[in-house]
Design a protein around this ligand. Structure first.
Ligand code: 6PG
Length: 253
């Protein structure tokens, strides 16, 4: 992995703007190089601002949506119209507001008997779309957007969870971590996160400062701070952070 890039923004609004610019540029490059752009979205309040801004004409008009394919980094095991759904959040703030064909949105299934069953279904969806033979070569998404939980989780990989050790499946499930909402999750695994061409974390707020410092500067263990295990092997890692989140870092840029 190349050295992580830290983009320090004045506040959450600037962060959303810079992150939206980054998505536009990633789409442009991916489409120029490979003819399409695969993007995985997360839930959470920080990405929400970015999605809203990305749907505004200033950003949205610069993307060739006919060539965009949207996936999800994680999902809560709730119905798609539940206010806690990550798909629902993305749909309201972004997907329903841009000219993206609905057949190009690959939500994580949530109507199986269990989160484990839904995880297996999503792995099949990824396998079909990325046409990778077997499960040994993980799909290579062009861009995965992640948030950072106060406890250090990324996607739905929670501290101490069994999901952290999953190396032989692309998607797995997890019981809830200690942060709300208390529902089971379905999440991409490290092999998929770390196969991406680009991963970008979006982190805002003073409540994230100590955790961000542990992950970025102290290289915390991934068991304690799962975000520390996100290290794309042959891709870039960019942290979009605001001043509040970065206040504990020794090396501020
Ligand atoms: C989820 C998310 C999760 C989120 C972080 C950060 O389903 O909860 O995908 O990984 O991105 O918890 O969320 P905030 O930006 O709201 O702190």
């Amino acid at each position: 992995m190349t050295a992580p890039i830290l983009v320090v923004c004045e506040n959450a609004d600037e962060l959303a703007n810079r992150a939206a610019d980054f998505i536009v540029e990633s789409a442009r490059q991916s489409i120029a190089e490979r003819g399409c752009f695969s993007l995985a979205l997360s839930g959470g309040s920080t990405p929400e601002k970015t999605y809203t801004l990305l749907a505004e004409p200033a950003h949205s008009a610069a993307i060739d949506w006919a060539k965009v394919f949207v996936f999800f980094a994680d999902e809560r095991f709730v119905a798609g119209d539940d206010p806690r759904s990550n798909f629902g959040l993305a749909q309201r703030t972004l997907l329903a507001r841009v000219p993206l064909p609905s057949a190009q949105v690959f939500a994580i299934p949530v109507y199986g008997e269990s989160a484990a069953q839904c995880a297996a279904q999503y792995a099949e969806i990824l396998a079909r779309w990325f046409a990778t033979p077997g499960e040994s070569v993980p799909p290579r998404l062009d861009l995965i957007l992640l948030g950072l939980g106060e406890d250090g989780h990324a996607a739905s990989l929670f501290p101490g969870a069994a999901a952290l050790a999953v190396g032989d499946a692309w998607v797995t499930w997890s019981p809830p971590g200690r942060l709300p909402p208390p529902v089971d999750r379905i999440t991409l695994t490290y092999p998929v996160l770390n196969a991406a061409r680009r991963v970008a974390f979006l982190v805002a707020g003073a409540n994230k400062a100590a955790t961000l410092q542990e992950v970025v500067e102290q290289h915390a263990s991934r068991e304690q701070r799962p975000a520390a295990g996100v290290q794309p092997a042959d891709g870039t890692l960019t942290w979009f952070v605001d001043r509040d989140a970065v206040q504990s870092l020794r090396l501020r840029r």
